[in-house]
Design a protein around this ligand. Structure first.
Ligand code: NCD
Length: 315
């Protein structure tokens, strides 16, 4: 099956949600639906002979392994570098541009995570093979946004007219930034934002999202969570972005999902999402609630979405 025929993602880099359109997103979701139904035996011909470098300058378990699984489930191969600052020539002072140009000779694409916002753009400018952003500092996490939106759409049947609640570190959480950008491509979305005062959405970014038509409502306590939400998107406070660990300790578990909160403020049709890792911000007693999808559907969708994206870019 040629699932790549109508794609405009072919051979493109994907470092920001900014390149997406509702049409392209729908194409990615349709491809993910097809892959979901395919046997792995069949899908494993799509990237046959292709090699993808995974270059992760920041710790990762899910994103790294889901990309590795996605490439391998499509029949491709991976060159895997976790922590290249310790294990590659970067330790000797090699520039990112040189590293990228070397990998360009070995591989068909690079999936990269970096601790500094903006580095992905430098990586793209250095090479002519596709580069995929697996998280850049406090910037974006555009593949996570796709899998989050796919998870929402599968449940709510639409990405328009939604009511969502996004909680946690809105200042530093790159998954939040990409998800809000993605939701701003659709109409009539209302998002309630709940964070400690110090971790609110950056004002310029917030007005940009509002300008695109998303109705953003900042709330300051869990008691203000609306009863009508389609989804709750909980996130952890991003410890690694704090220079003062005491400040982190003060803010880390200000908002926690408990069975009581879900009982009081949840409704039957909503889903509870989290990009993971959670660090005390969702009580484990909520894990078996049928609305909790963070350890099940959301993770599984990550594999299908990354398989879809890779097959559209490289297939
Ligand atoms: C997120 C990330 O790295 O930004 N994790 C992930 O990729 N699933 C969220 C986080 O670390 O809090």
């Amino acid at each position: 099956m040629n699932i790549n025929s109508k794609s405009t993602l072919s051979k493109k880099s994907y470092i920001s949600v900014d390149i997406l359109t509702p049409k392209l997103i729908s194409n990615i979701f349709t491809t993910a639906d097809k892959i979901r139904k395919m046997s792995f035996e069949k899908s494993s011909k799509i990237l046959k002979g292709k090699l993808v470098t995974l270059l992760f300058f920041e710790p990762s378990s899910r994103t790294f392994s889901s990309f590795a699984s996605a490439v391998k489930r499509l029949g491709g191969m991976t060159l895997e570098y976790q922590n290249p600052l310790q294990t590659s020539s970067a330790i000797k002072g090699e520039t990112l541009e040189d590293t990228m140009r070397v990998f360009e000779n070995y591989s068909d694409a690079v999936v990269m995570r970096h601790f500094e916002k903006g580095t992905l753009k430098r990586a793209v400018d250095a090479v002519s093979i596709p580069v995929i952003n697996a998280g850049d500092g406090i910037g974006e996490h555009p593949t996570q946004a796709l899998l989050d939106a796919y998870t929402i759409q599968r449940k709510a049947k639409s990405l328009s007219g939604l009511t969502g609640v996004i909680v946690g570190d809105l200042l530093n959480g790159r998954t939040v930034h990409s998800l809000l950008k993605l939701l701003s491509l659709y109409k009539n979305n209302t998002i309630y934002l709940l964070s400690p005062q110090q971790l609110k959405l950056e004002p310029l970014f917030k007005s940009e999202i509002e300008r695109k038509g998303v109705h953003l409502i900042e709330i300051s306590s869990q008691s203000e969570i609306p009863l009508t939400a389609d989804f709750w998107y909980w996130t952890r406070v991003q410890k690694e972005r704090f220079s003062d660990i005491k400040e982190y300790e003060k803010l880390k578990n200000k908002f926690v999902v408990t069975p009581e909160l879900l009982e009081e403020k949840g409704n039957n049709k909503m889903i509870l999402m989290h990009p993971l890792p959670r660090v005390g911000d969702i009580d484990v007693r909520v894990d078996n609630d049928k609305r909790s999808v963070y350890l099940s559907d959301q993770v599984k969708n990550g594999l299908y979405i990354r398989m879809a994206l890779l097959s559209l870019i490289l297939g």
